[in-house]
Design a protein around this ligand. Structure first.
Ligand code: ATP
Ligand code: MG
Length: 400
């Protein structure tokens, strides 16, 4: 359930709205930093903190059974001095998101789950293993170049004329401007090329290429970016010894620094998928309710079985974790596909989270804004990521 006004949140917590306003900054209530003073949260997020407050009560031998109890009995002191969001395990949790099929919302999931985790005070690294590098610039407003956007006041005829008048030199310079990539020579490719020459992973180089992206409301994620030539880079190292654990080595220092490492993979690139499997604790599949995506989901499961066996021989334990069923709609064919997924995911012990098909994502895609910090249609945004919020809470609460 979405609570989208201060009054609704205050009433759900059981306190006066002025008290709620004061405590919003300690709780997973978003939008309170915006000028318009908007407030939004969900019952799942409040339940998450309620559980943490109860645990504090047990530790402190105090009767804390709700957020209200914590406010009334302990006041700000408890909220200011306790990290109610602390992840249960000490070590970093690495999750790879896969499907051999393209366009099933892998990148959307990784970017938005990362933003949700960051907004819940987790230190997050997103790794872009896809040469398409969509994740690398997902939260970036400065990289798009469009010489005629929809706000352009010229008519189509005028625009065609303008382009017809450009000289070859003009077009050449436009081409090179458009082709310039923000993370060219500052991406995973640098590390891979250096590895090809030295047969070692330079962890300082890894630190140098990581950049920080703003995900709204004052929160950030770090990103290990990719570039188009990464595809060629992968081809060049495929035959090298022990190359399967290359990404695992690349992430060695990151595992000491971050709470969560989320890896976005490339569709139809078995090599990149295998590197991500070997680097992860958990494998999550992202799929859509249609035949091709289901076939591909099935094949990734087989690929996982092969990798798990090889990995266990070198003492690496990888586990299947969840299925994100994305772009779901309430249609008759959905009933068919959902039941096939439901059967398979139960058999394979996968948790299930869904992300419904929502028009808001086409907007967000162009505006590069994390759904958790969406300012226009907040309710629609929270509706879309409700499943990812549940997954984020599950990951934070996960024991050894
Ligand atoms: N729940 C959704 N509702 C509507 N559109 C969505 C949803 N999820 C993703 N999309 C859209 O689907 C398209 C593909 O999503 P995305 O890029 O995340 O998929 P992908 O699996 O990473 O693709 P690729 O395999 O090319 O890397 C994007 O335009 C995205 O905005
Ligand atoms: Mg993608």
């Amino acid at each position: 359930m979405i609570l989208n006004t201060l009054d609704k949140i205050a009433s759900s917590v059981g306190v006066h709205r002025d008290t709620m306003k004061k405590y919003a900054k300690y709780l997973p209530v978003f939008g309170h930093k915006s000028k318009r003073q908007s407030y939004i949260t969900t019952d799942k997020l409040l339940d998450f903190i309620t559980k943490r407050v109860k645990e504090e009560g047990v530790k402190k031998s105090l009767p804390l059974y709700s957020i209200k109890d914590a406010i009334e009995i302990c006041g700000e002191e408890l909220f200011a001095s306790t990290n109610l969001y602390e992840k249960k395990t000490q070590k970093a949790i690495t999750v790879a998101f896969n499907n051999l099929k393209g366009g099933v919302a892998k990148t959307t999931t990784v970017a938005n789950l990362g933003a949700v985790l960051a907004s819940l005070n987790q230190k997050v690294l997103l790794v872009d293993m896809d040469m398409q590098n969509q994740l690398s610039t997902y939260f970036d407003n400065s990289t798009g170049i469009d010489l005629a956007d929809d706000d352009d006041t010229r008519t189509i005829e005028e625009l065609e004329k303008t382009f017809a008048e450009y000289s070859d030199e003009d077009i050449d310079s436009i081409c090179s401007m458009v082709a310039t990539e923000k993370f060219a020579k500052k991406s995973l490719l640098n590390v891979i090329e250096d590895f090809k020459d030295t047969n070692e992973v330079n962890l300082d180089l890894v630190d140098e290429i990581i950049h920080t992206a703003d995900v709204g409301n004052g929160y950030t994620v770090d990103i290990l970016p990719s570039e188009w030539k990464l595809g060629r880079g992968f081809e060049d190292i495929k035959g090298l010894m022990n190359v399967a654990i290359l990404l695992r080595k690349i992430l060695a220092r990151a595992r000491e620094k971050y709470d969560f490492i989320l890896i976005d993979t490339s569709p139809a690139n078995i090599f990149a998928i295998q590197l991500s499997f070997f680097a992860s604790d958990y494998i999550t599949l992202v799929s859509t309710p249609d035949q091709k995506a289901f076939q591909s989901f099935f094949n990734v499961l087989k690929e996982f079985d092969i990798t798990k066996k090889v990995a266990s021989e070198i003492n690496i334990n990888i586990r299947l974790d969840s299925l994100i069923l994305s772009r779901t709609k309430r249609t008759k064919s959905q009933v068919f596909w959902s039941s096939l997924y439901e059967y398979t995911r139960k058999k394979r012990n996968l948790n299930l989270y869904t992300m419904p098909e929502k028009a808001i994502l086409s907007d967000t895609d162009t505006k590069n804004i994390a759904l958790i910090a969406h300012n226009i249609d907040k309710e629609g945004a929270f509706d879309t990521i409700d499943g990812l919020i549940a997954y984020a809470i599950d990951l934070i609460n996960r024991g050894e």
